[in-house]
Design a protein around this ligand. Sequence first.
Ligand code: M6R
Length: 364
Amino acid sequence: SKGNHRHYMLKEIYEQPVVVAQTLRSYLRRMEDQVSLPIPDFDLGSIRRVTIVACGTSYYAGMVAKYWFEQFARVPVDIDVASEFRYRAPVMEEGGLMIVISQSGETADTLAALRHARAEGQKIAAVVNVPTSTMAREADLLLPTNAGPEIGVASTKAFTCQLAVLAAFAANLARAKGRLDAKAEKELVRHLSEAPAALNGALAYDESIEGMAHLIAGARDVLYLGRGPDYPLALEGALKLKEISYIHAEGYAAGEMKHGPIALIDDKVPVIVLAPSGPLFEKTVSNMQEVQARGGKVVLISDYDGVQAAGEGCMATITMPKVHPLIAPMVYAVPVQLLAYHVAVAKGTDVDQPRNLAKSVTVE
Ligand code: M6R
């Protein structure tokens, strides 16, 4: 049931601190300061290359994970949407692991990619939310997200749980590759363990996000910008808004703005900038200022320090808890979900059953 919530989507957004904690429990050994896998003896050391395939929101989780696999494990990562991967001629070498990511575990394009890769001799890991699904059954390594049933067509809690699993998996791979010493592992475990509390902190901003929904609800087009692991969050924010409010939205890598899309900027196109404090903050802010210099109206999503440093001149700001860059993509998912939700409610659309969309896409 929806409990006290008006829509399943809102209920599922609010479940995130609990289900992410629940998911992490299978991947972290808090007492030992170690990450672990549900199948501890799976041979990760021989993996030389990772190919990530998924659709929609699950694909964006995979895009975030690419940064982690490369940064922590130094393993090369290919990523593609399933419908493209299956029908090109991808090169799959020995020692390759395919990771499929899917809430339902039934998405036809992703399943076809899985079967194709298996036939080419790849090992298969599946990050899925339905443990009885076809992908779960066909994988060599099942990496469950424990988000519980997701009813809203717009994926929310499955996404943050996918990120939690993928971060832990990247750390496991890094250790197997001799790239993560005990001290660094302890640090990673500590940061990941802080995610549920940080998600709670993000939810506390719900009311003020609701209060700014009218700033977006009247727009025809909206842009989302982010850098590094927060770039896929910009794509995810745009997808959420499109799906449930029917407002045209695009996500861009912040640095790409000046290569074209900046031509769209005027005071009628709100620009949502995702810029947590961290090594990429200054760069993203300078892209944001390029937008502002052309009359663009910015909503800055950052932490207290970021909002202090760059919030002046923005149409609105959203203050997130200050978190380690590793968990920022999880935490920043919350405001983009809430913003899409409240804009859709303001427009009076059917949030849980948006037009033309199905929860599970089982035809190619
Ligand atoms: O069940 P899956 O994770 O494989 O589904 C993939 C996409 O169809 C799904 O994420 C879709 O994009 C959602 N409606 C996004 O909110």
